[in-house]
Write a protein that binds this ligand. Structure first.
Ligand code: ADP
Ligand code: MG
Length: 601
């Protein structure tokens, strides 16, 4: 037995040769070409660059070249920069918890150089001469003075040349290129002052101009279809701040790829943040639809650990519950007030995409790093700075972007001019600069849902039935009904057993007094029959089913005063943009769209 276990092992503990150890470490930071792109781009931004050119060959597998106009590196420091844990950004462990720059571990350059050939030319503005250095597989091959432009140019080739296995795991060029573009977009988004050009040889893949406002930057990088669907979010809690933009519920994507999060300026992927955002959109989006957002969180650096992930893509919050609550607060406020908007926004410059955005590789693949404890173990005691301090991070949004005026002005439903009903289903309205259609069923559904959900007394007002409804049920439904009595009572539906497999319905919510009670109860039972549904979701589903049953249907002629009342009701409730199934309550036709339809624009 022992023989088998030991076969092939040296039986002695040995310290790995430097070359092997550094390759293992490098593998954690550099998983694929896009990891290299991310590190180099972040270095350029850390160095204050305002112009960056990225060239990718073979999707970044053959070669990556990044040129910046940043600070450059002094001749004495060039070689040092390639040594492990060489960084100009922190000096002490305490600094580690106050980092504002992207880099700080001093690992990127040595890691990249450990698995490829790196050629760097760099010159500081006031230096007469620059420096050219070549490092391959961790060894400095050349280090000499040269003439070169101000800033830093790094060319990386023979990527994973000495790690054929790792190389084999790389995907097709198009996929790797997609990963690279994806990370470039994520890193560039908050930096409106940075202009970038991404090429693949002769081909331009992406051109990002400078932008004044965050809104412009988001539209530029996430797609112009978002332009009219962004709402600002802003929320604060002691020591924390949230700001940015989220998409209105009338805009959806079919993946979570358009969720962008930044913590203290650093792009992160974080399940907690995504979940908190998705929660805020609950009952506003259809199934398997996702919003877009660029959400920035600012908090004292010592309340987060950015050092839990080799590529710093994940963070650990000291108070996750506070972060969740902040997001909930900010998004609920933004989303609950969505209304039709007057006028139409001015157009502005767009990034020129030369690849279909759909071709982007999923960023998920970037995340297959395992967590590494690293120096996180040396975390200082949390008493470094009281949380109550209003954080001063030096990267206030105003500094990154001028505040862009919101291009659209929301208008109350009741101030819309009612023009008439189409197909006895859609209500047509006019307002300055726009035409609006409302789906009468969806609108009424949301009104009822909100009214049932948040009545003043805690539960919806119930109305006793003059003639209680006796229902014969299947044994299964009878059981379910008996087991759900309390839930139903909370929702204003009073039922009691009435002999074998028979129940009597004694009251329903007053708002639903005119509905078919049997149909209502059957529908509710359908909605909660799956035993795996948590209680809270059952409660929600009961309300949704009730709202759906009670709402005016399509193909129902409405009198003008009924339409007026509906508009007033819509004004009085939150989340009036979508029915509780996530379908839109209203659709807008801005005048510019109509003009285009008539070929006037
Ligand atoms: P880190 O970014 O974590 O400090 P890196 O290995 O990425 O570590 O870089 C090491 C050092 O090299 C940086 O701290 C910085 O001083 C310098 N450096 C790297 N890239 C650039 C660049 N593009 N422009 C100026 N300095 C750079
Ligand atoms: Mg770095």
């Amino acid at each position: 037995m022992e023989k088998i276990v030991n076969r092939g092992l040296t039986q002695r503990i040995t310290v790995l040769p430097h070359e092997v150890a550094s390759k293992i470490a490098a593998g954690e930071v550099i998983e694929r070409p896009s990891s290299i792109v991310k590190e180099l781009l972040e270095n350029a931004i850390d160095a204050g660059a305002t112009d960056v050119a990225v060239d990718l060959r073979g999707g970044g597998k053959e070669a990556i070249r990044i040129a910046d106009n940043g600070s450059g590196i002094s001749p004495q420091e060039v070689a040092v920069a390639f040594e492990r844990h060489a960084t100009s950004k922190i000096l002490t462990v305490a600094d580690l918890y106050g980092v504002r720059s992207f880099g700080f571990r001093g690992e990127a350059l040595p890691s990249i150089a450990a698995v490829s050939r790196v050629e760097m030319a760099t010159r500081r503005r006031d230096d007469v001469e620059g420096t050219r250095i070549v490092v391959e597989n961790g060894a400095v091959l050349e280090n000499e003075a040269v003439g070169c432009p101000e800033g830093t140019t790094i060319a990386v080739s023979r990527i994973f040349g000495s790690l054929p296995v790792r190389r084999k795991f790389l995907r097709q060029d198009a996929t790797e290129q997609g990963h690279c573009l994806d990370i470039i977009v994520r890193v560039l988004l908050p930096h409106g002052r940075v202009r970038a050009r991404v090429t693949a040889g002769e081909r331009t893949l992406l051109e990002v101009p400078r932008t004044e406002t965050l809104r412009d930057r988001i539209v530029l990088l996430l797609g112009s279809d978002l332009r009219n669907h962004l709402i600002p979010v802003e929320a604060g809690a002691p020591g924390m701040r949230l700001w940015g933009f989220v998409s209105r519920p009338d805009f959806t994507r079919s993946s979570t790829r358009s969720l962008f999060f930044y913590v203290n300026g650093r792009y992160v992927r974080d399940a907690l943040l995504s979940q908190a955002v998705m929660n805020a959109y609950r009952n506003l989006l259809e199934a398997r639809k996702y919003p877009a957002c660029a959400v920035f969180l600012e908090m004292p650096p010592e309340t987060i650990d950015v050092n839990v992930h080799p590529a710093k893509l994940e963070v650990r919050f000291r108070r996750p519950q506070d972060v969740r609550e902040l997001i909930r607060q900010g998004l609920v406020e933004a989303l609950s007030g969505v209304r039709p908007a007057a006028g139409s926004p001015p157009a502005s410059g767009m990034a020129r995409w030369q690849v279909a955005p759909g071709r982007f590789g999923t960023a998920e693949a970037l995340l297959r790093y395992s967590l590494s404890a690293g120096i996180a173990a040396h975390r200082p005691s949390p008493s470094v700075r009281p949380l109550e301090d209003v954080p001063d991070f030096g990267t206030e949004p105003e500094e990154l972007f001028t505040q862009g005026a919101s291009p659209r002005r929301p208008i109350a439903f009741s101030s819309l001019e009612y023009l008439g009903q189409v197909e006895a289903t859609y209500l047509v309205f006019a307002a300055p600069g726009t035409m609006i259609l409302i789906d009468q069923h969806a609108a009424h559904e949301r009104i009822l849902y909100e009214s049932l959900r948040a009545p003043r007394g805690g539960r919806p007002e119930a109305q006793s039935l003059l003639i209680p409804e006796i229902m014969e049920l299947s044994p299964g439904d009878f059981q379910l009904l008996a087991a759900s009595r309390d839930l139903l009572l909370e929702a204003g539906v009073e039922v009691e057993p009435f002999g074998e497999n028979t129940a009597v319905v004694k009251s329903v919510p007053a708002l639903l007094a005119d509905t078919d009670v049997r149909a209502l109860v059957r529908e509710i039972l359908d909605g909660i029959s799956d035993s795996g549904i948590p209680q809270d979701e059952k409660r929600n589903r009961i309300l949704i089913r009730m709202a759906c049953r009670g709402a005016v249907k399509a193909r129902q002629v409405l009198a003008v005063d009924e339409v007026r009342r509906m508009c007033r009701d819509l004004d009085s409730i939150p989340f009036a943009s979508n029915c509780p199934h996530g379908r839109p309550v209203f659709v807008e036709f801005p005048a510019t769209t109509i003009e285009r339809m008539f070929k006037r624009a």
